[in-house]
Design a binder for this molecule. Structure first.
Ligand code: GDP
Length: 471
């Protein structure tokens, strides 16, 4: 401001004090205050509108602080099979969905909303890290907090560890729901110990992860868990701007015999109205009707709301992003552009890192971290490999083991690699052809070894640009 009006900072600060505003040199001041000060110097100023647009012409100007309003958190429930993910979601819905349609049936549209102390929380209905990461692999990050369900009588299991890795790779906070505490053989202390061994340090153990004991079966501890979610959400300061055209992500979509293409979308920013034109993935249309998670027809929906929409030309895919537009014409043009872009991307889908081109990426400065997923037949190998990889770190590139686990390479490993630009290294494990094909489709570099030394040597050589090409 000082440079623009060509007055020195101390002059401005003095004038500000005259107005009763006590500011330091690099503090932000209101436009109105600035205008008043400028006038005192006899200068008239105008507001500068910086508009940024993305490749489709959508306004990408960052929201102004004063336009941002608090928004509810979006939650995914994860954990080992049978630890109670589905039961927990049911228990939360049973106790906290406030309004219900006549007949008491809540609509399953792909997401549920609950309310506690007047605050909303949005739960994605498909539990599990696989669903979570496949969304992320498609570029959609919609989850703010992961609830990690761990059965108190069973403890940390392989999929618990996977879920931890998937949440950490996405950089979202975890809240532990210690479930089945009603079971006589529940052993919370053992679970907490196992969690700490797997990098989840709960508060009692000197960490910052909240652990909430619950019984999904008896509906116990649910309120406390929801309170903890709201607490973490508050720390995250989740905000959105309700006063603009909506954008967000498709959560689910299907072709309904009588209603045509139906999509459930999560509005991440802005407000969506019936009658708005919309471009969702490769589909477009004008919104004919919106149905919320209670099965109610609604006309308008703000940030962090999941709604089912009718009126699209085609069925988009889960993970597709959507944008509302002012006119039908724009939505159609956007979709045409997107289709062309998708075709091009399919033609040269080489964006992901592989050991072969690692060195080039390092030299170009594109890769600062080499993400690796390690799977082995025994835990000892996983640990040995993790330790050896860490020793390879140099100034240009850090080796980071995103996930290490016992067992064969799974589809969820491939999706994690795809979402986090990682390579996969397996020892004495042989992936199925389905998994190998998925790796090819996702462009994920998957390598299997029998000897640890050979894997280390390959990664080391790749980092130095000395890897022998594979024929
Ligand atoms: P998911 O595979 O993680 O979705 O697990 P489910 O929700 O299907 O639960 C697996 C089994 O554990 C079911 O038989 C549930 O009834 C049972 N279960 C879930 N939560 C509790 C709980 O809090 N206490 C007890 N005793 N059983 C539970």
């Amino acid at each position: 401001f000082s440079e623009k009006i060509e007055k020195n900072v101390s002059q401005i600060i003095t004038k500000l004090m005259g107005l009763g505003v006590f500011a330091t040199a690099n503090q932000e001041i209101d436009f109105d205050v600035a205008a008043t000060i400028a006038l005192e110097f006899g200068i008239e100023i105008e507001k500068e509108e910086v508009k940024e647009e993305n490749e489709f012409g959508f306004d990408q100007t960052p929201d102004k602080l004063e336009d941002l309003k608090e928004r509810p958190p979006v939650i995914t429930v994860m954990g080992h099979v049978d630890h109670g993910k589905t039961s927990l979601l049911d228990a939360i819905r049973d106790t906290h969905v406030t309004e219900r349609e006549a007949g008491g049936i809540t609509q399953h549209i792909g997401a549920s909303e609950v309310e506690l102390n007047g605050k909303r929380i949005v739960f994605l209905d498909t539990p599990g890290h696989a669903a979570f990461t496949s969304m992320r692999a498609r570029g959609a990050s919609i989850t703010d907090i992961a609830i990690l369900v761990v059965a108190a009588d069973d403890g940390v299991m392989p999929q618990t560890i996977e879920a931890i890795s998937h949440a950490k790779a996405a950089n979202i906070p975890i809240i532990v729901a210690l479930n089945k505490i009603d079971r006589p053989n529940a052993n919370p202390d053992k679970v907490k110990q196992e969690l700490s061994e797997n990098g989840v340090l709960i508060e009692e153990w000197g960490g910052d992860v909240i652990c909430a004991p619950v019984s999904a079966l008896k509906g116990e501890g649910i309120d406390n868990l929801l309170e903890m979610i709201l607490l973490v959400a508050e720390i995250l300061e989740l905000k959105a701007n309700p006063n603009k055209l909506a954008f967000g992500t498709v959560i689910e979509a299907k072709l309904d015999k009588s209603r045509g293409p139906v999509a459930t979308i999560l509005i991440q920013n802005g407000t969506l109205k019936v009658g708005d034109s919309i471009a969702a993935g490769a589909a477009y249309g004008r919104i004919r009707a919106m149905i919320n998670s209670l099965g109610k027809n609604i006309k308008i929906a703000g940030p962090a709301t999941a709604v089912e929409i009718l009126g699209l030309s085609d069925v988009p895919e889960a993970g597709d992003s959507f944008n509302a537009t002012k006119e039908d014409k724009v939505a159609r043009q956007v979709v045409e552009k997107r289709r062309t872009k998708m075709r091009e991307e399919n033609l040269n889908a080489t964006a992901k890192v592989s050991l072969e081109d690692l060195f080039k990426h390092i030299q170009d400065g594109n890769v600062k971290e080499l993400n690796i997923i390690v799977k082995a037949d025994v835990q000892g190998s996983v640990e040995a490999v993790k330790q050896s990889f860490l020793k390879l770190n140099n100034d240009e590139v850090k080796v980071k083991v995103l996930h290490g686990g016992v067992g064969t390479i799974t589809e969820s490993d491939i999706m994690l690699a795809s979402a986090s630009n990682a390579i996969i290294i397996g020892f004495n494990v042989r992936p199925s052809s389905t998994v190998t094909n998925l790796a090819k489709a996702e462009n994920v570099d998957l390598r299997t070894y029998r000897i640890i030394y050979e894997a280390i040597a390959d990664v080391e050589a790749a980092m130095k640009g000395m890897l022998d090409p594979e024929y």
